[in-house]
Every structure is written in C-alpha cells, then in structure tokens.
Design a protein around this ligand. Structure first.
Ligand SMILES: [Zn+2]
Length: 479
C-alpha cells in the first residue's frame, strides 16, 4: 500500500499537474520521511539519469552536451543555487519538452531547441526549469518516491517526466484520479508555474538574456499548438501556456529596458548540428543552408556554412564538405567545432595523419577541451593507436561532471585493442551501468571478475562493482 501511495503521489505530481487530483501532499510521519537528504537526492538523481537512457536517446554528442551545460551554467550562476551542481543534457526526441528531475538533472529535447528562434528563448525554458529546482517545487514528489527502493523510484520518475507509458502506473493513477480534489491540484500547480516563470525571468535577465524571449516563446508555442488538437506537446501538457501566462510574463519583461541581444555562435552551431542530426530530408536541408549562407549576421552565415558542410558530409559528399570547412577555418581559426568537423571529414577521406595532427595542435591551443580530448582519443582508436588513447582517456576519468557512458565505451575499446580483456570487460560493465542496463552490467562485471583472477587489485575492484550492481538489481526487484 505504501508503494501504491507513493507511486500515486509521484505520478500525479508530474504527469497530470494541469488536469488532475490531490491537493498539496499531506505530511506523512516524521520530517525525515518527507524530505530527502542531499545525499539521498544525489543518489536518486544519478539513478534517475542512468535510467532515462532506457527510455530515450540522450545525446552523446560532446559538442552539444558542452553547449547546453555551459548555457545552463551561465543561468545557474545567477540563481539562488549558484553553488550547486546542475546537470543539463539533451534528449534526442522531436517533441517539444523540457523537464527537471531530482538533484538538478534537467533535460531538454532536441525538438524544443529546434523550435526556438533565439538563444534567449531556449534560455527562458531552461531558466524556468532551473527555477522549479531552486524553489524546490519537486521536493515533495521526490520525497514520496523515497518510499520506493532507489532503482524503482528512479525508474518511475524517469518514465513520468518524459511522459512515456509506464503500464505499472495505470491502476494506481486511476484510483488517485477518482480520489478528487482536482481544482485544488490545478491551483497548486499554477502557483508553482507562476513562481517558476517569475523566478525564471529574473535568472534570465541577470544572465544577460532578453526577458522578452519568455513571452515570445510562449506565444510561438501557443500559436503552433492551436491546430494540434490532442497532439499537444508534452511540455505544454505539464506547462499549459495560457493567454494570462503570456500577459504576465510580457508585463514583467516590459519593465526591463530594450536592447539588442545577439545569439552566441555556440547556439547557432548547436542548432545547425541538431538540424543535420535529426534531418529526414538531407538534400532539402542542404538547400536551406545554401540560402541561409547569404543572409544575416557574420555568425549566422558561418553557422549556415557549418550546417551545409555537415549535411554534405552526411550525404558522403566529402570533398565538397572539406572545401567549405577549410574556408571557414581560414576565417575563424579558433572555432573548435570547425576544427573537429574538418578532422572528421579528413578521417572519412582516409587523411588520417592530417586529422590526428589537427587534433593535436587544437589540443595545444585548447588543452582543457573535453570534447577535443575525447574526439582525439576516438580517432586514435580508429587507427589502432590504443596505448595513446588509453592514456588520454584514463586522465579524463576523475574529471567527469556528468556520468559519461561514451568515456567507458572508449576505454573498453582501448583495453580490448591492448589485449587486456579483464579491463575491457570492466569498462563495458561501467558503460552498461551508466546507461541503466543493470543486467548487462552484471554480465560483464561477472566476466571481468573471472578474467581478473591473479591480478589482486583489479580482482578486488571488479568484485566490488559486481556486488554493487547485484545489490541494486535486488533492490529493483523487491518492488
Ligand atoms: Zn514548469
């Protein structure tokens, strides 16, 4: 029963805030029951993020990750939780959606990024989600989830926040719906939404973005959904855009003086790359970039050229792509995205030494660039230079801000290439664990611990990890 009740609370809080039941949650028992400790929330957030990989494709593109993390960091720095670590990431789904999970894990869909027409619009959505976290709107729901075992709570939150079907929640939700209190829940949620808008606009403005972006994006969403009928995007189901809400944010935005807010090159390049990655008709996209190349600011033209080069590469027109990128680098020699794109084309053309040299010299100029380090390591692996790749990758292990499945995957490849199967299996296990696939993690950790026999340190590490994974699996199956 405890299980059902917690599930109902968590589900309603996220899935039906605009349409359904339950007033503010009653306090249940001792205060320690209703609040998560920072440590518990951190663990819940990590498990939540691992689990999300099982439902949706989380972008492993390091440049996209980097951009969204730095945009998030700029906003968080102006919030009440400037000293806390947030984890922003991109979900490769076409629906317009963004969500805040436990411990500052904030996801934004590629579809939402592509629907924005300025960086300020994207920032306004992220600022709104950050405000939900700083105002602790989600704390009670997370605390309710505490009544489940950690893996189950994480799985439940993941399913709910991205709006996927979670059949096990059906019955519980129905019971709760009948429990009533619908109007109260709407009011309760509206007050949270209003507060997130209000605090969000403060964060947005303090971060140097146009406060008018928020009502502008809301208006665009409202217009674009007028014809959608039942197919309202997930974000709008949990964040209904009403005329009153637009008017509120507009009135607030108008109190700030008007000025120009140019988009950063990072925003323009990220959008161009996402357009190519999600394109269904590459040749149509190519034509659109060809037109855009002749319009707008210097940065906008460069971003269109970059998009053109990426779309040509995706169609295997490598020489044409290379030519455009070389011209771009001549004009913008310090733009890492252009260097990386050109190196990728060179690798595809078999110009391996040239590509590796390009990465090396870029790393001398940008020694802290995680993107260039991982891409360089990946290029080394492609060319069977396993020892160099391993050294580079292991140096990155302690510095991971976000749990990074790609790093483990590359390490597994490096060790396989070096003829070290126990280490390779160990990192494969970490890769599957990081993507929420516990069963495969256990399989590979089992193999690793057997292969590690005789190597006392590695044996101890792999056995410990195997035990961790098994304990988590057991907890998951308890519910
Ligand atoms: Zn909201």
């Amino acid at each position: 029963m405890e299980f059902i009740r917690a599930l109902v609370f968590a589900w309603l809080y996220f899935a039906l805030p605009a349409a359904a039941a339950l007033p503010e949650l009653p306090d249940m028992g001792a205060p320690s029951d209703t609040v998560l400790s920072p440590d518990e929330e951190k663990h819940l957030g990590e498990a939540f993020y691992r689990n999300l990989h099982q439902h949706v494709r989380i972008s492993q593109d390091l440049e996209i990750q980097d951009y969204i993390a730095s945009l998030g960091g700029r906003l968080v720095a102006q919030s009440e939780m400037a000293n806390r670590t947030f984890h922003l990431f991109v979900v490769m789904e076409p629906e317009i959606n963004a969500f805040a999970g436990p411990a500052g894990y904030i996801g934004v869909n590629s579809g939402l990024i592509l629907a924005t027409q300025s960086e300020g619009e994207l920032a306004s959505v992220l600022a709104h989600e950050i405000a939900h976290v700083t105002q602790q709107h989600l704390r009670r729901a997370f605390a309710a989830a505490k009544r489940l075992t950690l893996p189950m709570a994480a799985a439940t939150l993941a399913a709910i926040l991205i709006g996927t079907q979670a059949p096990e929640l059906g019955q519980a939700a129905l019971i709760a719906l009948q429990a009533g209190g619908i109007q109260q829940q709407i009011n309760f949620t509206r007050s949270h939404e209003q507060e997130a808008d209000r605090v969000g606009i403060q964060i947005l403005t303090a971060s140097g973005f146009d406060p008018r972006s928020m009502p502008l994006f809301f208006e665009r969403l409202q217009q674009s959904t007028r014809f959608l009928g039942q197919n309202v995007p997930e974000f709008l189901r949990t964040h209904p855009v009403t005329s009153a809400r637009i008017a509120d944010t507009r009135a607030r935005a108008e109190t700030f003086p008007y000025r120009q807010y140019p988009d950063s090159i990072g925003y323009l390049l990220t959008k161009a790359k996402l357009q190519v990655l999600t394109a269904t008709d590459l040749s149509a996209l190519q034509k659109s970039f060809e037109t855009q190349r002749r319009q707008g600011t210097l940065e906008a033209k460069a971003a269109a050229s970059y998009g053109l080069a990426l779309s040509l590469k995706a169609q295997n027109r490598l020489a044409a792509s290379q030519e455009i990128l070389q011209a771009l680098i001549e004009r913008f020699p310090d733009q890492p995205q252009f260097i990386h794109a050109l190196a990728q084309v060179e690798l595809a053309l078999g110009q391996t030494e040239q590509a590796l040299k390009r990465y090396q010299s870029a790393l001398q100029r940008f020694p802290g660039s995680r993107v260039l380090q991982l891409e360089y390591a990946s290029a080394l692996l492609e060319n069977a230079r396993f020892q160099e790749a391993r050294r580079l990758l292991e140096a990155l292990l302690p510095s991971q801000a976000l749990q990074q499945p790609l790093l483990f995957q590359l390490l597994a490849r490096a060790y396989a290439g070096l003829g070290a199967p126990a280490e390779s299996q160990r990192y494969l296990a970490e890769y599957y664990y990081a993507t929420g696939d516990l069963e495969r993690a256990i399989e590979h950790a089992t193999v690793a611990s057997k292969l590690a026999q005789g190597n006392r340190i590695l044996e101890a590490i792999t056995q410990q990890r195997l035990q961790d994974f098994q304990a988590e699996d057991k907890a998951r199956k308890q519910n």
